[in-house]
Design a binder for this molecule. Structure first.
Ligand code: AMP
Length: 480
C-alpha cells in the first residue's frame, strides 16, 4: 500500500478506535474513509478500507455473547438428549448442489445465492444458503446409509443469502439444523416439532405459534399443482408481477406471497390437504394425532408451502406469537423424502428443521430471557519487578489449571494501578508477587473479604486460595 494511503487508513482506524462504536464521530470517520476511496469504490480491491463488514453482515460483540452461549448450550443439550450427532460441513459447496436440491424457480437459488468462481476459474461455488443440502451431500459421501437408522445429524453455523437487509434479516445469519435420515414414520416429524418446542421453552420463549401443513408427495402434489395452476391462471390479471412469473416457475409459492392482492386471490385457492393421496393423508393425520397426544399447540396453515423444492408431505414453521409485536419466523422445516435419491443415493426418507439463531436471540432479548453468564474471576494476580513479572505467567497458568479463574493486568508496571483493576473486578482474593517474594518463592495472599493477608510458599498457593474461596462461600451462605 502506498505510504500516504497507509497513513490515512491508520488515521481513520485510530480515530474510530478512540470513540464509541456508535458515536457520531465514528460514523463520520467511516464516511470520511468512504469519501477518500476516490477513484476506486469501497469493496473493490485497491479501494479504501471501510471500517464495517459488508452490508447485511455484522459483528456479534462480547456484550451479547451471553445470549448466544445460552442458545448453544440449550441446542447441544437437546441434540444429546434426542440422539443427534454433531456434523460440520464447509460454508462453501459446489453451486450445483444447491441449485439441484433447492431447485431453480425458488427465491434462494434464483436471487439469493452468493455465487463465485474459484481462482482457477473452473469451479462454480456458492456460500451455503441453508444446511440440508450440504448435510445430505455429506450423508451420501461418507456412506452413512450403512449406519443404523435413523441417522440423526445436528449442525450450527452461518448461512448466506443475498436478500434486502432489514430488521431480523441479514445476509449472513446463523442457523441450527437438525436432520433425521432413514425413517418415514410421522412420529419422527412429531419428535422434531417436540424438540423445537423444548428448545424454545428452555430459552424462555413462551409465546410462539407452530404452523403445520402437508404438501403431499410428488404424485399427489403434481395433481394438486395442476389444479392450482388452473385456478391462478383464471385470476392471472389480479396477481403481482412476481407471482405471474411464479405461475410458470413455482406456483406453490404464490400461496405465501405477501402482496395484498395475491393474498386475496390465494384465500380461495384449492388447498393441498384436500388433495393428498391416501398415504400422505394418513401420514398427516398420524402426525396431528402425535401432536395432540403431546399436547403441543399448533395450527394448520393450508398456505404454508416453504420456499424449497425438496419438501414432501409435512412442512412446518415456528413463528413468534406476540399479538402486539411484528411477527418473525423463528424456524422451519419438513420432510424431504426424495432428496437423497435425487442426489444419487438409495430411497431415504428424511425430515429436518432449521432454527434461525439470530431471530431467536432477538426474541430472547425482547422477552428478557435468562442468559448464560460465564463465571467471573474471584482472584487477581499482581506482580512488581522484573523477576516477579517473569514468575507471574507460570503462577497464572498453575492457578487456572487448578480450576481457579484468575484475572491479571500484566501489562501494567505499577502495583497501585494493578490493584485498581482488582478493585474494579471485585475479586475476593488478590495475590501479589514482589521482588522479595519472587526471590523467596512465595506469594502474598490477601483476602479482600476479611481484609487479612498472609505470605505462603508457591507450593501451598493453590491450597490456600481454595481454602479462602470455600470459607467465603460458607460465610456468605450463613449470611454473616
Ligand atoms: P428458512 O429455511 O428460510 O425458513 O430459514 C430458517 C430460519 O432461519 C427462518 O425461520 C428464520 O428464523 C431464519 N432466517 C432465514 N433467513 C434469514 C435471514 N436472512 N436473516 C436472519 N434469519 C433468517
Amino acid at each position: 500500500m502506498p505510504k500516504a494511503k497507509k497513513k490515512s487508513v491508520k488515521k481513520t482506524v485510530k480515530k474510530a478506535a478512540n470513540k464509541s462504536a456508535k458515536s457520531a464521530a465514528t460514523k463520520k470517520a467511516i464516511k470520511t474513509s468512504k469519501v477518500r476511496a476516490g477513484a476506486k469504490k469501497s469493496g473493490e480491491i485497491g479501494g479504501e478500507i471501510l471500517l464495517q463488514p459488508p452490508r447485511g453482515m455484522r459483528d456479534l460483540l462480547p456484550g451479547e455473547q451471553s445470549y448466544w452461549s445460552q442458545i448453544r448450550r440449550v441446542l447441544s443439550r437437546m441434540a444429546l438428549e434426542y440422539g443427534f450427532g454433531r456434523i460440520d460441513t464447509p460454508a462453501v459447496e459446489y453451486a450445483n448442489l444447491f441449485i439441484r436440491s433447492i431447485g431453480s424457480g425458488t427465491d434462494i437459488v434464483d436471487k439469493e445465492m452468493y455465487l463465485f468462481s474459484s481462482r482457477g476459474g473452473g469451479d462454480k461455488l456458492a456460500l451455503r444458503p441453508e444446511f440440508t443440502a450440504s448435510i445430505a451431500r455429506a450423508y451420501l459421501q461418507h456412506g452413512m446409509n450403512v449406519l443404523a437408522k435413523p441417522v440423526k445429524l445436528f449442525s450450527t453455523g452461518p448461512v448466506y443469502r443475498y436478500d434486502r437487509p432489514q430488521e431480523g434479516r441479514y445476509r449472513e445469519h446463523f442457523q441450527a439444523n437438525f436432520d433425521i435420515f432413514g425413517e418415514q414414520d410421522p412420529i419422527l416429524d412429531a419428535q422434531l416439532i417436540q424438540l423445537a418446542h423444548r428448545v424454545m421453552a428452555s430459552l424462555g420463549i413462551k409465546n410462539i405459534q407452530f404452523q403445520v401443513n402437508s404438501i403431499g408427495c410428488p404424485k399427489c402434489r403434481k395433481e394438486y399443482q395442476d389444479l392450482l395452476v388452473a385456478y391462478f391462471e383464471s385470476k392471472k390479471q389480479k396477481l403481482c408481477q412476481n407471482c405471474k412469473k411464479r405461475l410458470e416457475t413455482n406456483p406453490l409459492r404464490i400461496l405465501d406471497c405477501k402482496e395484498d392482492k395475491c393474498i386475496q386471490v390465494a384465500s380461495a385457492a384449492p388447498q393441498s390437504i384436500d388433495r393428498l393421496c391416501p398415504e400422505c393423508r394418513v401420514h398427516f393425520k398420524n402426525l396431528l394425532e402425535y401432536l395432540d397426544e403431546l399436547d403441543l399447540p399448533y395450527m394448520i396453515n393450508p398456505k404454508l408451502v416453504r420456499g424449497l423444492n425438496y419438501y414432501t408431505k409435512t412442512v412446518f414453521e415456528i413463528w413468534s406469537g406476540d399479538e402486539n409485536e411484528r411477527k418473525y419466523s423463528l424456524g422451519g422445516g419438513g420432510r424431504y423424502d426424495y432428496l437423497i435419491e435425487e442426489l444419487g443415493g438409495e430411497h431415504t426418507p428424511a425430515v429436518g428443521f432449521a432454527l434461525g439463531m439470530d431471530r431467536v436471540v432477538q426474541e430472547m432479548k425482547r422477552v428478557h430471557a435468562r442468559t448464560h453468564v460465564e463465571p467471573k474471576p474471584q482472584v487477581f494476580l499482581a506482580q512488581l519487578g522484573d523477576l516477579a513479572k517473569k514468575k507471574s505467567l507460570k503462577t497464572f497458568a498453575e492457578l487456572q489449571k487448578n480450576g481457579i479463574l484468575t484475572a491479571e493486568s500484566f501489562g501494567r508496571g505499577s502495583l497501585k494501578s494493578q490493584l485498581r483493576v482488582a478493585d474494579k473486578l471485585g475479586v475476593q482474593i488478590t495475590l501479589i508477587i514482589g521482588q522479595k517474594e519472587a526471590l523467596d518463592g512465595t506469594v502474598i495472599v490477601k483476602d479482600m473479604v476479611s481484609g487479612t493477608q498472609e505470605t505462603v510458599g508457591m507450593d501451598k498457593l493453590v491450597l490456600s486460595v481454595k481454602k479462602i474461596l470455600k470459607n467465603n462461600v460458607i460465610v456468605s451462605r450463613n449470611g454473616e
